[in-house]
Design a protein around this ligand. Structure first.
Ligand code: FA5
Length: 341
């Protein structure tokens, strides 16, 4: 029995030292120490050994078991070390290799234009106010003097979210909220997304406006003109001119659409100018003097205070600034387009 044990142990140690991989080692372990391994079989049959020899045989078997386990462990560590060395040798880093170009992101042209407007009007004392994009029909229409049967509701094709709830069709919806939440003087700027059922090269179902509202004593059309002239010069360049064309919005009286002189042809209206199509002018916003009905509805006395309001199309402004021919490009998220700003 003793010689069998010594034979099994010596062979196992030999096999362990010549094992070339973790798989080989596992085979040796199973063949010796596994449930049906050579050493385990001997230990199972120890009852058949004469009682006076049993302690010595048991001690010898355990001794071999320990030696074999230690040999397995140290060979495993050796093999893992060699494996790691091999991997590290193959993974050398070439610190002199040129790096990959990092592509930097940029702010979306709509965000850039909005932030510029906030900065420009901020210098005139306008601070930013916000309102919800999902708005009550009342705030979007009735509160700005557009009653239920008013044709202006057809002008702005509306997305209805449920009875009495709409996606706001213009940032003018914030006017009544701001007037009620504050006391005059009110001088706010409300940038935000608006929604209309409308889509072509110059119209998008979701677009952005920046609303301006100034209510105070003695605010006049001249103040509106001066404010928008300042804005146009700061936004489009010192030589930019603006012109007011009479227009109708139910929440202002009088109302106007405002054009800026074409930056491409310098307002000359050259027949070949693609940007202004030869007119020399580009429409960017609606504006006017706040209708007295709105002031009354908000709890102000129209004999005491007056005001003006305007709503600028941000995509249109960004299109003009960067000569972007199609508004839909702004919403396609093509990095080749966005990377240019
Ligand atoms: C209005 O929305 C008014 N609330 C503006 C206003 C405010 C007038 C305060 C008076 C006083 P309008 O529908 O014209 O007006 O839109 C204003 C600007 O938004 C337009 O000049 C245009 O630049 C832009 N705009 C309008 N419809 C779209 C659209 N579908 N896609 C992109 N821009 C649009």
């Amino acid at each position: 029995m003793k010689s069998r044990l010594d034979g099994i142990g010596a062979r196992a140690l030999g096999d362990i030292s010549s094992a070339a991989s973790a798989g080989d080692l596992e085979l040796v372990r199973v063949s010796v120490l596994g449930k049906k391994g050579a050493l385990s079989e001997i230990l199972k049959g120890i009852a058949a050994v004469p009682p006076q020899e049993r302690p010595a045989i048991g001690a010898l078997a355990n001794d071999w078991k320990r030696k074999i386990e230690e040999a397995l462990e140290s060979r495993r560590a050796q093999l893992e070390g060699a494996e790691l060395e091999k991997r590290l040798a193959g993974e050398q880093i070439d610190v002199s290799a040129p790096s990959r170009t990092a592509h930097l992101g940029a702010l979306h042209p709509v965000t850039q234009a909005t932030r510029r407007m906030i900065r420009i009007f901020g210098r005139l004392g306008f601070d930013v106010a916000t309102g919800p994009e999902v708005e009550t029909e009342f705030m979007n229409f009735e509160a700005v003097n557009i009653p239920k049967d008013h044709p202006a509701r057809d002008m702005q094709d509306t997305f209805f979210m449920g009875p009495g709830v709409v996606l706001r069709t213009h940032t003018s919806a914030v006017q009544m909220r701001a007037l009620r939440a504050r006391k005059w003087p009110v001088r706010i700027l409300c940038p935000g997304a608006v929604f209309r059922c409308d889509s072509d090269a110059t119209h998008s179902p979701m677009f952005h406006q920046v609303e301006g509202l100034w209510v105070d004593r003695n605010v006049s059309m001249a103040d509106l003109k001066g404010t928008l002239e300042f804005f146009a010069r700061e936004m489009f360049g010192a030589d930019t001119k603006i012109r007011f064309r009479p227009s109708y919005f139910p929440f202002v009286e009088p109302g106007a659409e405002v054009d800026v002189s074409c930056f491409m042809c310098g307002g000359k209206g050259a027949s070949g100018c693609k940007v202004c199509k030869g007119s020399g002018w580009l429409e960017i916003l609606g504006a006017g003097m706040v209708h007295p009905r709105l002031l009354e509805l908000a709890g102000y006395d129209p004999h005491e205070v007056t005001g003006f309001a305007f709503g600028i199309g941000v995509e249109r402004t960004a299109m003009l600034l960067h000569s972007i021919p199609d508004l839909r490009l702004m919403f396609q998220n093509d990095v080749r387009f966005l990377g240019q700003f």
